[in-house]
Structure formats: structure tokens, C-alpha cells
Design a protein around this ligand. Structure first.
Ligand code: URA
Length: 190
């Protein structure tokens, strides 16, 4: 079975999932975007309203900014990235997903990582980073750092684009500038 076929099979299971309360209020599951053959797998927090309506991760305002930053750094969102979230259903009012919701959804994410088998994992934002690096982390202290996760996969942390939407400056040292440096650094690992 190809990676795409494997992931489609997993997506079908996800559509049937009602393991937590989020399954009751979602419009669509938001499984992934990008390429099953990508070298970079990005994990965000959770779908918002635009993602819930479309079934595609990172398509709202934050997603558009993420796409722009990716493209500004010379990557293709469609070909170079496989994009997903810690949970596949939108939490009501965009609240942060609970530990229990993340745990109940974790198998889908772990299967996605195993199947795509990326060279690099990008943890996008505090919720995603905390899921893998521990609840005590401070995003401002660990963004741009590199870790090894799972079977030795190079993993880094970037600011969430929602945070960057509130910080417009592109000046040297600004959060947007730092995020571009973090994305450019990925090229050394793929
Ligand atoms: N924020 C996220 O973390 N993920 C999305 O898919 C959209 C917004």
C-alpha cells in the first residue's frame, strides 16, 4: 500500500471516530493537507472555524500567514509539507484541546507520523510543543531549538502563526523574523 493509500485508510477511520466530545460538535474532521511524501511534517494545535468548515488544516487567517512564511522561505506548502494538528476536530470556541482529547486522538497523529516518516517534524505553537516536549516548556525559550523524537526524527519548534498575527513587525529579531530563520534552518536537516 502506498503512503497515500495508508493515510486515506486512516482518514476513513478518523471520520468514524466519536471517541471524545469534539466528535459531536465538529462539522468535518480536519485530517491533513500537503504531501504524503513530504520530508517535513508540521503539527499545529487544533482546527478553527475555517478549518472545521473546509476540512483542511491552516486555511484561515493564521493558515494564510503560515503559508506565506513557508513560501517566503522557498518551500512549497503542497509538496514539501504534510500538515496536521494534535486533534482532528475543532474544540468549541477555539479553546485549547484538553489532555484527554489529545490522548484520545493521539493514535491518529502517531500513525500519520509513522506513515509519512518525515525527515523533520515542526511543532507549531505551544500546545503542539507541550504534547511532545512536556507541559512545562516555554515556547519563547525553545523555539528554534532542535530535538530528536520518535525514531531519531529531527524536530524543531516554531511560534504559532496566530501569535504572529498579533505581532506585525518583520524587523530583525521580531517573532516573524525569528520564525523565518527557524523555517530556513530546516533546509540543513532535509
Ligand atoms: N490553528 C491550528 O493550530 N491549526 C489549524 O489547522 C488552524 C489554526
Amino acid at each position: 500500500m502506498s503512503k497515500s493509500e495508508e493515510l486515506n485508510r486512516l482518514k476513513t477511520k478518523c471520520i468514524e471516530c466519536r471517541a471524545c466530545e469534539l466528535g459531536k460538535t465538529r462539522k468535518n474532521i480536519v485530517f491533513s493537507d500537503g504531501s504524503a511524501d513530504a520530508k517535513i511534517l508540521l503539527i499545529g494545535e487544533a482546527p478553527g472555524a475555517d478549518e472545521d468548515a473546509s476540512g483542511i488544516p491552516f486555511v484561515g487567517r493564521a493558515g494564510k500567514l503560515l503559508t506565506k512564511l513557508i513560501e517566503d522561505c522557498g518551500f512549497s506548502r503542497k509538496d514539501d509539507f504534510y500538515i496536521c494538528n494534535t486533534v482532528k476536530c475543532r474544540p468549541p470556541e477555539n479553546r485549547v484541546p484538553t489532555d484527554e482529547e489529545k490522548k484520545l486522538c493521539e493514535n491518529f497523529l502517531l500513525e500519520q507520523i509513522k506513515t509519512v516518516n518525515p525527515k523533520v517534524i515542526v511543532l507549531c505553537g505551544a500546545t503542539s510543543a507541550k504534547s511532545f516536549l512536556g507541559s512545562k516548556i516555554k515556547i519563547s525559550q525553545i523555539r528554534g531549538k532542535w530535538y530528536k523524537l520518535f525514531n531519531n526524527i529531527d524536530t524543531t519548534v516554531i511560534f504559532h502563526p496566530s501569535y504572529l498575527l498579533r505581532n506585525h513587525s518583520e524587523e530583525h529579531g521580531s517573532p516573524r523574523w525569528l520564525t523565518k530563520q527557524d523555517l530556513l534552518k530546516i533546509k540543513e536537516f532535509i
